[in-house]
Design a protein around this ligand. Structure first.
Ligand code: PBG
Length: 331
């Protein structure tokens, strides 16, 4: 391609007026690109603000349903659910994760009953249910056991799907769990329940506020580097994605978000499948901390970061700013 030279070519011409910038915009962010993560807690009529996630609360199931209505009214197509399991129900074996009447399942049923048109995505991992905060079952040495955990994840996904979950999203990083979950969902007749694999999930320092939100931060012994990915690696992320797709994942996720947009781009170019990214709790908290300190303005920071995800190749973004962004986008 041969380009004209200056002054015939002035790239500033198409930037000069707002109407022109709107015409040539390559990427457009809309509320339909957003997935809103919501934390659910026990009780009735409860809103519990989360100190390390300013502006985000845990909601009891009844109040959570109001947030799902809000999502519908704002044009947000999907919500992601995370339970803050009461401490008495956490155990070494995470048995509450497979209780068909656990907090997660009650929230799914309530959302699908009240607002069936909004998609419900549910996290499949054991960390909100274990007494040690790990995503799986640990042996005496503290190692997270792959196959034993995977069998639990299958049961967890089955009870979530039976409760009405539209998308099960394994976030645990065990090997082989996508195939095992897919097989079980098919056997149960849940042919249209999707799997969004947290395919490239990194062991990250950006998850701290989330662990506060689901009550696992104080419990966690050690770290998650034995199963989540090393942030030094990109080729390994492509292998993870290839495996999860081969096992039957419908869509894949990269997580965290903004520091990993190179991974999003490479996954999108290599596999040409819907890719999602999770702008995680620590990323949200950094923006809010900057705003509180007078170091930045919320609205432009939110729109710029979320548009960057789309530019990188994302079909959608999980973000705690979803409702705020949807309002900014004029829903
Ligand atoms: C749990 C899970 C985590 C997040 C989503 N699912 C935390 C972790 O892996 O420790 C993090 C989300 C966020 O930080 O916003 N399997």
């Amino acid at each position: 391609m041969s380009l004209a030279a200056f002054p015939a070519l002035r790239l500033r011409r198409t930037r000069a007026a707002a109407w022109s910038r709107a015409l040539v915009a390559e990427t457009v962010l809309t509320p339909a690109d957003l997935i809103w993560p919501l934390f659910v807690s026990d009780g009735q009529g409860v809103e519990e603000p989360i100190a390390t996630l300013p502006g985000v609360s845990r909601w009891s199931v009844d109040r959570f349903v109001d947030r799902v209505r809000e999502a519908r009214d704002l044009g947000i197509p999907c919500v992601a659910l995370f339970p803050n399991t009461p401490p008495a129900l956490r155990s070494e074996d995470a048995r509450e994760a497979v209780n068909p009447d656990n907090l997660m399942c009650r929230a799914i049923r309530a959302a699908k009953e009240a607002v069936p048109e909004v998609g419900v995505l549910t996290d499949v991992a054991l960390d909100p249910y274990t007494s040690h905060g790990h995503d799986g079952i640990v042996d005496a040495a503290g190692y997270v056991l792959n196959d034993v955990t995977s069998a639990m994840l299958v049961e967890q996904a089955r009870v979530q799907a039976a409760a009405g979950s539209d998308i099960v999203a394994p976030s645990d990083m065990m090997d082989g769990r996508v195939a095992a979950i897919r097989t079980a969902l098919e056997a149960d007749g849940h042919h249209n329940v999707q799997i969004m694999a947290y395919a490239a999930k990194y062991a990250s320092a950006f998850y701290g506020p989330f662990r506060d939100a689901v009550g696992s931060r104080g419990l966690l012994k050690g770290d998650k580097r034995g199963y989540q990915m090393d942030y030094a690696n990109a080729e390994e992320a492509l292998r993870e994605v290839a495996l999860d797709l081969a096992e039957g994942a419908d869509t894949v996720m990269v997580k965290p978000g903004l520091p990993y947009l190179d991974i999003v781009r490479r996954v999108k170019e290599r596999f040409e499948v819907p890719v999602f990214a999770y702008q995680v709790s620590g990323e949200y908290a950094m923006i809010e901390a900057a705003v509180a300190a007078g170091m930045g303005e919320r609205d432009p920071l939110v729109l710029e970061t979320l548009t960057a995800f789309k530019r990188a190749g994302c079909s959608g973004v999980l973000t705690y700013h979803a409702a705020h962004a949807a309002r900014l986008l004029g829903a």
